[in-house]
Ligand binder design. Structure first.
Ligand code: DAH
Length: 346
């Protein structure tokens, strides 16, 4: 009997520490030729007065083993088999890809339109000197037009001859006209997108930095009609074929004659609304025929070459195209705003 008790205890330990799956366990302990069957066989040979106690111990072992077997089975059911194939009918996991900024979408579209007209793309510095931002563009010294630009100066400076050597953040992309004509002789046909800076209070309509696209076309016999047709073509491509343009006389030191370019209001189709301040027209660019002094400053003979130039606000175009009412949204990087351009195909 003592022997029997010892065996039962030993097997009880084994059962509790069993390493293996449910089927292996069943075969070893619970099957017809398993350990427990053997023990029940032995029980028959135990003297009658000890049978009761031995039987009780064996039954405890049997219950424990059966419980353990159930646990092993449950464990196996909850663990997916390594070979299980995933459900291929489930919708795919969404990967969030980024998207282009609305100003980038507009810039790319502007470039695309002008490239088809034979314009190349040029670039220039944002930190500029007085010559390229003002003087070469025919801004006279102390002219109010300089003040109008609310310049951020980096260094105020005069050289020994008293010439202006100021360093500043460019106030417009017109500086690239000069840089380009220093590098290349006409004919020149280029657009120049970039960021510009002005010392203005930030509001829904103004910011201290924004973006422009400059355009320059210099060749033999370029006339005002070329300017008008080019911008008319651009307006229709950008905003839709029904778009009209209007030119109003204006003033810029670097163009003569100068004009302000308006497009018919997209929102009310020219009838008058809050966006166009009930005029039916919205301004998108300044333009004109390049002033002879600008050409001379770049060693181009104004008797030989003529040209037109324009400067367009990228924010302005984007706000009209996508009906955005606040300029600050472009630089706040709020993903709720930016995400809305996810499906926009430029
Ligand atoms: N530079 C001007 C501005 O920032 C815009 C402009 C007007 C550019 C006329 C031009 C132009 O090239 O011809 O207000």
């Amino acid at each position: 009997m003592k022997q029997m008790t010892e065996r039962v205890n030993q097997i009880l330990e084994e059962v509790k520490n069993f390493q293996g799956d449910a089927e292996q366990f069943r075969l070893k302990y619970l099957s017809r030729k398993g350990v427990l069957s053997e023990l029940f066989e032995e029980l028959k040979r135990i003297p009658a007065d000890q049978k009761k106690e031995a039987g009780r111990q064996l039954n405890i072992l049997k219950q424990t083993a059966e419980q353990h077997y159930e646990q092993l089975k449950a464990l196996a059911e909850n663990q997916p088999a390594a070979t299980e194939i995933p459900d291929l009918t489930l919708p795919p996991v969404r990967h969030t890809t980024g998207n282009l900024h609305p100003l980038t979408l507009t810039r790319l579209r502007i470039i695309e339109i002008f490239e088809r007209l034979g314009f190349s793309v040029a670039d220039g510095p944002e930190i500029e000197d007085d010559w390229h931002n003002f003087t070469a563009l025919n801004f006279p010294e102390n002219h109010p037009a300089r003040e109008m630009q609310d310049t951020f100066f980096i260094k105020k400076n005069r050289d020994a001859q008293g010439r202006n050597r100021d360093v500043l953040l460019r106030t417009h992309t017109s500086n690239v006209q000069i840089r380009l004509l220093e590098q290349r002789k006409p004919p020149v046909r280029a657009i120049m997108p970039g960021r510009v800076y002005r010392n203005e209070a930030i509001s829904a309509r103004a910011h201290c930095f924004f973006h422009q696209v400059e355009g320059l076309y210099i060749d033999y016999n370029v006339g005002f009609a070329d300017l008008k047709q080019t911008l008319y073509h651009f307006a229709k491509e950008m905003f839709g074929q029904e778009t009209q343009i209007r030119l109003r006389p204006s003033f810029f030191p670097f163009t003569e004659p100068s004009a302000e370019i308006d497009i018919s209001c997209l929102i009310c189709k020219g009838k008058g609304c809050a966006v166009c301040k009930h005029t039916g027209w919205v301004e998108i660019a300044g333009a004109g025929m390049v002033h002879p002094n600008v050409l001379r400053n770049c060693d181009v003979d104004p008797e030989e070459f003529t040209g037109f130039a324009f400067g367009m606000g990228i924010e302005r175009v984007t706000m009209l195209k996508y009906r955005i009412g606040d300029l600050r949204l472009f630089s706040e990087n709020d993903v709720r705003f930016l995400r809305q351009f996810h499906t926009v195909i430029s």
